[in-house]
Design a binder for this molecule. Structure first.
Ligand SMILES: CC(C)(COP(=O)(O)OP(=O)(O)OC[C@H]1O[C@@H](n2cnc3c(N)ncnc32)[C@H](O)[C@@H]1OP(=O)(O)O)[C@@H](O)C(=O)NCCC(=O)NCCS
Length: 121
């Protein structure tokens, strides 16, 4: 999936590197008017140092540079750390997809950050 995604011109990936080792990454699909975050993950040993914040801010910048209206994602409703992270970055809860996730089955919270007001032009 990574190889396929990275070779697709409509995706964007960033990695966080410490001492030549990848310790985090994030990915996004660039749809017509919206960025869709596919995943964000940071090595457990490097969490709570602002790495995910920095990775997602890079995705937000790409969306703004491409004049996209919003950036969106789904997150398990039990994933408090991720929900806190996205909330802190200005994403809001815009919906719920019932039983969206499997193993275990769980609702997906749809979170979106609208970008219009972030443009300077
Ligand atoms: C969610 C995840 C990406 C956060 O990465 P991180 O680099 O530790 O995040 P940051 O250091 O940038 O934290 C930013 C904010 O996220 C929230 N946060 C991060 N870890 C948290 C935790 N353990 N508990 C509660 N809130 C947390 C906080 O609001 C934090 O801000 P603060 O430091 O001012 O309190 C990381 O925990 C992870 O890889 N989890 C497993 C994969 C995952 O769940 N990805 C999301 C899929 S949708």
């Amino acid at each position: 999936m990574f190889v396929s995604d990275i070779n697709n011109e409509h995706t964007c990936y960033f990695v966080a590197v410490v001492d030549d080792v990848v310790v985090g990454y994030c990915g996004m699909w660039l749809a017509v008017d919206q960025g869709q975050i596919t995943n964000v993950a940071v090595d457990p040993s490097y969490r709570n140092q602002g790495i995910a914040t920095s990775l997602i801010n890079n995705l937000i910048e790409v969306c703004i540079d491409n004049n996209l209206e919003s950036i969106t994602l789904e997150v398990r409703e039990s994933n408090v750390s991720a929900i806190n992270l996205y909330t802190k970055l200005g994403f809001t809860n815009v919906g719920c997809r019932n039983n969206y996730y499997k193993n275990p089955t769980e609702n997906g919270i749809l979170m979106t950050k609208f970008l219009n007001f972030e443009r300077n032009d």
